[in-house]
Design a protein around this ligand. Structure first.
Ligand code: ATP
Ligand code: MG
Ligand code: MG
Length: 290
């Protein structure tokens, strides 16, 4: 592969380029034509298996089994970019928080201090760490993630833009401090290049996804954290939106269910996914009507 920028990875093997807007680069490889390989995570694999028989099936990449490569196991997924010509891509991470309740609990019991996360924190805001964290030159993982959620639009709006690649090849991942609705309207408007037809198609797709989620037994019975919506369109006005990344999607005990809209209080496991999707749709509607 060649690197366009620190985070855009392109597999030359394919007719079309592979674009990766988030995650560790080493986690992905080119699969057979039309597929991508993502490093296996047991929780994510289980989700994809269940999703293949759920009403959300058409809104997630097809799961095509596992593949061994250099002693590592990968899940093979449909490459969502395969049917597009020079696609524009946007990754939007959904929900009001990006850590599981289980992670929070674990950190409380045995806090692992992360120097790398402390470094990332002070690079963005040197005043963010507490006195104690400054002394330790380290923070815990949920503390870091909580801070990132508050810095961005996640806590307030229930989603954040993780990365965008436009047709001209330009790309940005620099949305860490993008928080206000106003700024996001500008970002989305620029992503669709003020194309009304594309914006309208996105709104239709988003409403279809929401309807499918609201009637999905998988969605109802899972805490969906750190999962993204992948937005893809091209100059021919082909438009698609899919749910990706189920590494932190966890099934709820017994017959517990979530509505994904109620406010999160530790213990209720609500993730604010649909609260965020309401906001995403309303922002696209604002972009569409101007
Ligand atoms: P993180 O947890 O940091 O968000 P991750 O390692 O779990 O990352 P994903 O979020 O699943 O990885 O994917 C990273 C990026 O790879 C996405 O932003 C998207 O650009 C691309 N990608 C992932 N899955 C697909 C797919 N099936 N088809 C096309 N592109 C994909
Ligand atoms: Mg992701
Ligand atoms: Mg992930």
């Amino acid at each position: 592969f060649i690197l366009w920028s620190p985070f855009i990875q392109v597999f030359k093997k394919h007719r079309y380029p592979w674009i990766q807007l988030a995650g560790h680069q080493g986690n992905f490889h080119a699969g057979e034509a039309g597929s991508v390989l993502k490093k296996l995570d047991a929780r994510e694999q289980k989700c994809f298996q269940r999703l293949m028989t759920d009403s959300l099936k058409d809104f997630v990449p097809e799961y095509r089994g596992n593949v061994e490569k250099n002693g590592e196991t990968y899940i093979q997924l449909q490459d969502l970019l395969a049917s597009f010509t020079q696609p524009c891509v946007m990754d939007v991470k959904m929900g009001v928080r990006t850590y599981l309740e289980a992670e929070l609990e674990k950190a409380r019991k045995s806090p692992t201090l992360r120097k790398d996360m402390y470094q990332k924190m002070i690079e963005v805001d040197s005043n963010a760490p507490t006195k104690e964290e400054h002394q330790q030159k380290a923070v815990t993982k949920p503390r870091y993630m909580q801070w990132r959620d508050e810095m961005s639009s996640s806590t307030e709006l229930g989603f954040r833009v993780e990365g965008i690649k436009k047709t001209d090849g330009s790309s940005t991942k620099d949305f860490k401090k993008t928080k206000s609705r106003e700024n996001i309207v500008d970002i989305i408007s620029s992503f669709v290049a003020s194309n009304e037809a594309i914006a309208a198609k996105y709104i239709k797709k988003l409403k279809e996804i929401m309807a499918a989620q609201e009637s999905s037994s998988f969605f109802r019975s899972h805490e969906v954290v750190g999962s993204s919506l992948l937005f893809v369109h091209d100059a021919e006005e082909n438009v698609g939106v899919w749910m990706i990344d189920f590494g932190k999607t966890e099934s709820l005990p017994g017959d517990k269910t979530l509505d994904h809209r109620s406010q999160w209080q530790e213990g209720n496991r609500e993730d604010g996914y649909l609260f965020g999707l309401d906001n995403v749709i309303s922002i696209f509607e604002e972009v569409h009507t101007g």
